[in-house]
Design a protein around this ligand. Structure first.
Ligand code: ATP
Ligand code: MG
Length: 419
């Protein structure tokens, strides 16, 4: 029986774009004074129940749960996102120096319906600024992301959607305003799902895909119009500072994002090139989360996560224009007979020890078939070792691009190739 991958997972057989992105993103984060952390792939389930909210998509239907221990008493899950673990690490490691600017990346797990740009195991690159209330931090944070995508990765086909969700008090007030609208005759035709959302997680109605609902919500009251005076001035400040930093964005009043922990600033980067799953980065401010997770003091924070698979789809589209590092030249040693194998092994070992990429062909019926193999492998140089070469202490070096062939003394071959 042959095995197949678990649904919604992928094998990556060529990591060149992935590695390109990770390197660029890490360098970029260092430029903004972030340091790298790594947290476990497994975490207590309660960490996410507390932070994301019981009504969020992730908790209500997407968690990968593991029950362990003799009596299955330990409730562990595969992490669905990176923010709650970063905040947990901040609290657990008793970090005193704030703002704590960190990034982490790696696999996340959500039990979703797999489709293009949506997997059950996927990768995020997420970054957090923990312990800073200044809204200017948000402007700088969004600028940092915009520069990563625009200047470092050369994307020009994306938009930034922005909304401001206010503080906890604003949301309590706004919930009533929205509830009144949703129970009024104007909203009589909303779908059944939205009627459930109205009762359980009211702001999520704006995520509805139904065109009928979307038409109705065009006339809904929006939270950004119901902010307290402090929040209203922060919302204005954010827009002014983004203008100052030359970041183009669109105000999208229906952008609420799916997780309970967001407050104030929320944003999403999306690209029309991606089709239905068009958001490749999303984030926002989460001022209440640290206390929710047990911190003694408030730690107002902002964070974002990049969906790496979706980002790679974008990089794939424009990969011919990217400065992706070429693979170093392959030197392929070809012993022409069984008697030359040992000498071939020694030569390969010498090249590798000297930092040259080398491989050796250990099977092959004829010179012709071995040269064909060398071409398939993309060898830059073939190093042929036959009886004559063995006798004379030489090696025949064939340049696979020009076809030129030269006889070189075995003891000189490394310096010859390095030239
Ligand atoms: P979506 O609207 O696609 O469901 P989300 O709001 O659940 O996204 P976040 O939790 O904000 O997404 O995660 C940030 C980013 O991670 C998303 O913008 C997306 O690019 C990526 N992402 C989220 N879920 C998946 C998934 N199942 N497969 C691949 N990428 C994903
Ligand atoms: Mg989702």
């Amino acid at each position: 029986m042959a095995f197949t991958r678990i649904k919604g997972t992928q094998d990556f057989l060529d990591l060149s774009l992935y590695n390109f992105f990770i390197k660029k993103a890490k360098d970029h984060m260092r430029l903004y004074h972030f340091s790298e952390i790594a947290t476990p792939l497994i975490e207590p389930v309660e960490l996410f129940q507390r932070s994301l909210g019981e009504q969020s998509d992730i908790i209500s239907k997407e968690m990968f749960l593991i029950a362990s221990g003799e009596n299955k008493e330990e409730h562990i899950c595969l992490r669905p996102e990176g923010t709650a673990p970063a905040v947990r690490a901040f609290i657990e490691n008793n970090i005193q120096q704030t703002p704590w600017k960190v990034f982490l990346y790696g696999p996340m797990f959500r039990y979703e319906r797999p489709q293009k740009g949506r997997y059950r195991q996927f990768q995020q690159f997420s970054m957090e600024v923990i312990g800073s209330a200044a809204i200017a931090q948000d402007a700088q944070f969004i600028k940092m992301l915009e520069r990563l995508f625009h200047e470092t990765l050369h994307f020009n086909n994306f938009t930034i959607d922005l909304n401001f969700l206010g503080c906890l008090d604003d949301r309590i007030v706004y919930r009533d305003v929205l509830y009144q609208f949703l129970t009024s005759p104007k909203a009589a035709d909303i779908c059944e799902t939205c009627k459930v959302r109205r009762e359980k997680n009211i702001m999520r109605v704006f995520d509805c895909k139904s065109p009928v609902c979307q038409e109705i919500y065009k006339n809904a009251p929006y939270i950004a119009d119901h902010l307290c005076s402090d929040c209203a001035s922060e919302w204005q400040e954010l827009q002014d500072e983004l203008d100052l930093l030359s970041v183009s964005f669109s105000y999208r009043p229906s952008l609420v994002r799916g997780l309970d922990y967001y407050s104030k600033t929320v944003f999403e980067f999306s690209s029309g090139l991606l089709g239905a799953q068009n958001a490749f980065c999303g984030g926002g401010r989460y001022d209440m989360l640290a206390k929710e997770l047990g911190a003694k003091e408030d730690q107002p924070s902002i964070g974002a996560a990049i969906g790496i698979e979706r980002l790679l789809l974008l990089l794939e589209i424009m990969k011919d224009h990217l400065p992706i590092e070429q693979e170093p030249a392959l030197h392929l040693i070809i012993p022409l007979g069984a008697e030359q194998k040992k000498l071939g092994l020694l030569l390969a070992d010498e090249l590798q020890a000297q930092g040259l990429v080398a491989d050796i062909l250990l099977e092959g019926a004829s010179v012709k078939s071995m040269m064909r193999e060398a071409n398939k492998m993309g060898a830059a140089y073939c190093l042929l070792l036959g009886e004559d070469e063995q006798k004379t202490g030489t090696i025949t070096v064939k340049n696979m691009v020009t076809g030129a062939q030269e006889s070189v003394a075995q003891i000189d071959v490394v310096s010859y190739l390095k030239k």
